[in-house]
Design a binder for this molecule. Structure first.
Ligand code: F6P
Length: 532
């Protein structure tokens, strides 16, 4: 019997059950978890007590608690790269001690954070200037983990943004940097090259472009460049003063790095104090994750609900639906966090995974998505588990009526997914409209909502730096728990390598310097079309 068998039996028993029938007066509180003012409600899923017990047993027998302790203790759990996984160290409290190879890493973390804060303050106050005066614009050039986190968070924390304007350039498509630099003043712009490796082709190409743009107007462009990287030798070779280079260690994975110097652009935007609040939120979630029993543990339950829907019920995707416009980039951020982490095909020991790995993650903010893809979510033939996020209050007291509308839409969508609309109800609606006979029947069938579709709601007071820290750490730990139970390494990303290698090899082919020999027919034909 595999460790999944008890849950497969639970699934078989639940298949004809309607989620609505599970509800009694206690279900909403019993099937929800709270953590420091946040509420995760998973009562609108087809999970009952026996299923939850089986899910928790799955976490127990997969060694989640032991692996959690190993991660926080700095053990090298990223086995394919021989590295510790210590993004939690970037937000650890003042008394914490975390050792890697016997050495406490936190004094260095604190030193670099203080350097970043000092630089951020200088940029914000004008103590550090461009060659034309106080910095008005910061352009963060990075991609993947060196872009998505700070870009998502800078938008999320717009009400706290009181520093210079911050822009993010990631795509190697020249359109991205051209459109971003268009209208900026090179004399008052700071370019922040964010790249863990300082070799990523998109980032280095965009950095070169920015340098040329600046050189046309500014005597010493390098003086308006700063870098965030683990590769001090390469940043020096690029001509960036080491005083403006902020390093971090190889135990911080790209997609987990926004808590450290990769968050510098965010820190410049909102200030070091607000950034500290963001760290405090992440730390609060760490403490909760480390101490709450599994049934009351938000990351553990979020992960178990995810595994139930994907690995057990077979729903291949999950939608992340923030009813919070400022979380518009959260789905994109989570795509990297979850899919680069848990989109694997082999277990840690190299054997084939016995189950599917992580789901496809996608989404858009509500209410926009309602007018785009919710049709499929409500009436399509595939079930899409939906993860709603919503705040009790917005940041616009004058527009409280709009916030009310937003919240009511969020709750209504979750309710509609749960309840649906039966054929009997649809017939009654059509009859009221005066339809009869075959026409009534036909029109009614189009208006049936199957319902019984699972969703969860993550509710919080307000999107503040602290709350954002809680949310991001929550999802990080969810990925960890799912990865441990799936038995894979969540912290490498070999799957991005092949495309990078082939792209490098195709460059000279597209330039016409080498032939398409050895290429498949499709690639060769496309090269010849695009080269023309
Ligand atoms: O896409 C692969 C990847 O290595 C990501 O994991 C990483 O976040 C991104 O590229 C950027 O890497 P770097 O920070 O080294 O430029």
């Amino acid at each position: 019997m595999t460790k999944w068998a008890p849950l497969q039996a639970q699934h078989a028993a639940s298949i004809d059950r309607h989620i609505l029938d599970l509800f009694d007066e206690t279900r909403a509180s019993v099937f929800s978890v709270t953590a420091d003012g946040m509420l995760f409600d998973y009562s609108k899923t087809n999970i009952d007590s026996a299923t939850r017990d089986a899910l928790i047993a799955l976490a127990d027998c997969s060694g989640v608690a032991e692996k959690r302790a190993a991660m926080f203790a700095g053990e090298k759990i990223n086995l394919t790269e021989g590295r510790a996984v210590l993004h939690v160290a970037l937000r650890a409290g003042p008394d914490a001690v975390i050792r890697v190879d016997g050495q406490d890493v936190l004094p260095e973390v604190r030193r670099i954070r203080a350097d970043c804060a000092a630089f951020a303050r200088d940029v914000r106050s004008g103590a550090y200037t461009g060659q034309g005066g106080k910095i008005t614009d910061v352009v963060n050039i990075g991609i993947g983990g060196s872009d998505l986190g700070p870009a998502m968070a800078t938008l999320a924390l717009a009400p706290f943004h009181d520093g210079p304007r911050v822009h993010f350039v990631s795509n190697v498509d020249g359109a991205h940097i051209a459109d971003t630099l268009n209208g900026l003043n090179p004399e008052t712009t700071l370019v922040l090259v964010a790249s863990k490796t300082f070799t990523t082709i998109e980032t280095m190409t965009n950095a070169d472009t920015a340098k040329r743009w600046m050189a046309a107007k500014v005597a010493n462009p390098a003086a308006q460049f700063a870098a965030v990287s683990t590769a001090g030798d390469k940043t020096a070779a690029y001509g960036i003063d080491p005083a403006r280079v902020f390093g971090f260690e190889d135990w911080v994975g790209g997609r987990y790095s926004m808590w450290g110097p990769i968050g510098l652009s965010l820190m410049i935007a909102v200030g070091p104090e607000a950034f500290d609040q963001f760290l405090a939120g992440g730390r609060a979630m760490d403490t909760h994750f480390l101490t709450a029993p599994f049934a009351d543990n938000m990351p553990v339950m979020l992960a178990l609900v995810g595994l139930w829907h994907n690995q057990i019920c077979g729903h291949a995707t999950r939608a992340v639906l923030p009813y919070d416009q400022r979380l518009a980039r959260l789905p994109a951020y989570l795509q990297q966090l979850e899919m680069e982490s848990n989109g694997k095909r082999v277990a840690i020991d190299g054997s084939d995974l016995p189950t599917h790995s992580g789901p496809v993650v996608w989404g858009e903010p509500g209410t926009n998505g309602q007018h785009a893809f919710y049709q499929l979510i409500h009436q399509g033939t595939r079930v899409v588990p939906c993860e709603f996020l919503v705040a009790r209050k917005g940041h616009e007291p004058d527009l409280a009526h709009q916030h009310l509308l937003l919240v009511s839409n969020c709750l209504a969508q979750a309710e509609a997914l749960l309840r649906g609309r039966s054929l009997v109800e649809a017939r009654a609606i059509m009859a009221k409209k005066g339809l009869t006979g075959a026409e009534l029947e036909q029109q009614a069938r189009h208006r049936v909502f199957p319902g019984n579709r699972p969703s969860t709601v993550l509710a919080y007071d307000q999107l503040t730096p602290f709350t954002l820290g809680q949310i991001i750490a929550l999802y990080e730990h969810r990925v960890f728990v799912e990865g441990v139970i799936l038995g894979l390494n969540s912290y490498d990303q070999w799957g991005v390598e092949l495309g990078k290698e082939l792209a490098l090899a195709l460059q000279p082919v597209l330039e016409g310097r080498t032939t398409t020999e050895g290429k498949d027919g499709s690639t060769a034909a496309l090269v010849s079309f695009l080269r023309r």
